[in-house]
Design a protein around this ligand. Structure first.
Ligand code: GDP
Length: 198
C-alpha cells in the first residue's frame, strides 16, 4: 500500500456518519499528545493530514483517510486524557469511541501510540484490555524514541513486549518509532499492510 497517497475522506461525530462499513481499516488510538497525529503524518509523508494537537483536545472526531486500494482506510481516533475538559464531555467521547470499536466490522487492527517515556497509562491499559477481550490485533507504537538514548528505549521495548505478550500472546506486536527522526516507518507500514491486505 502506498501510504503517501492517503487522503482525507470524512470526519464522524457518531457511528452513522462513518464511511460505509465495508472493506478494511486500521485505527490509530492514543492519549492526547502521545504523538499520534505526528505518527500518521510521518507514515503518510503528509505534514497536514492529521492535525497535530498543539491545542490538546482539538481533534474530537473520528477521521477517515482513504488509501490507494479501494475500501481500505486508516482511521484517526480521538485523543484522550487531557485535563481541562468537563467529565460529561469525556464520557461522550468515550461512548463514541466505544461504539466505533464495538460495532465496526471492517476494523482489522489497532495501532496504539504511546510516548515511549510514559507508556501504559490508564487509557492504554483500557485499549489493551479491550483488544484482549475482543481478540483485536494490537500494534504498540512507542514514539518519541529520539527523546531517549538507545539503551533505555530498547529496555522499555523489551519490558513492555514481555508484559503485553503475557497478556495478549501472538495478537500483539510492538516497535520503536520517531516522527522527528523518521524512524520505524517501514516496520509500521509492513504491519498495517499485513492487516489490510490479509
Ligand atoms: P497527538 O495529540 O497524539 O496527535 O500528538 P501530536 O502528534 O500532536 O504530538 C504532540 C507533541 O509531541 C507535538 O509537540 C509534537 O511535535 C511532539 N512529537 C510528536 N512526535 C514526536 C517525535 O517522534 N519526537 C519528538 N521529539 N517529538 C514528537
Amino acid at each position: 500500500i502506498s501510504y503517501n497517497s492517503a487522503r482525507f475522506n470524512k470526519s464522524a461525530a457518531k457511528l452513522s456518519q462513518c464511511p460505509e462499513d465495508i472493506g478494511a481499516e486500521v485505527a490509530f488510538a492514543g492519549r492526547s499528545n502521545a504523538g499520534k497525529s505526528s505518527a500518521i503524518n510521518t507514515l503518510t509523508n503528509n505534514k497536514k493530514l492529521a492535525r497535530t494537537s498543539k491545542t490538546p483536545g482539538r481533534t474530537q472526531l473520528i477521521n477517515f483517510f482513504d488509501l490507494n486500494i479501494e475500501h481500505t482506510r486508516i482511521v484517526d481516533l480521538p485523543g484522550y486524557g487531557f485535563a481541562k475538559v468537563p467529565l460529561e464531555m469525556k464520557l461522550h467521547w468515550q461512548k463514541h469511541l466505544d461504539n466505533y470499536l464495538q460495532k465496526r466490522e471492517c476494523l482489522r487492527g489497532v495501532v496504539l501510540v504511546m510516548d515511549i517515556r510514559h507508556p501504559m497509562k490508564e487509557f492504554d491499559q483500557m485499549m489493551t484490555q479491550w483488544c484482549k477481550s475482543t481478540g483485536m490485533p494490537l500494534h504498540v507504537l512507542l514514539t518519541k524514541a529520539d527523546k531517549l538514548k538507545k539503551g533505555p528505549a530498547q529496555n522499555t521495548l523489551l519490558k513492555l513486549k514481555k508484559e503485553l505478550t503475557d497478556e495478549l500472546g501472538d495478537n500483539v506486536s510492538l516497535q520503536i518509532f520517531s516522527a522527528l527522526k523518521r524512524q520505524g516507518i517501514d516496520q509500521l507500514s509492513m504491519r498495517i499492510d499485513s492487516w489490510l491486505l490479509e
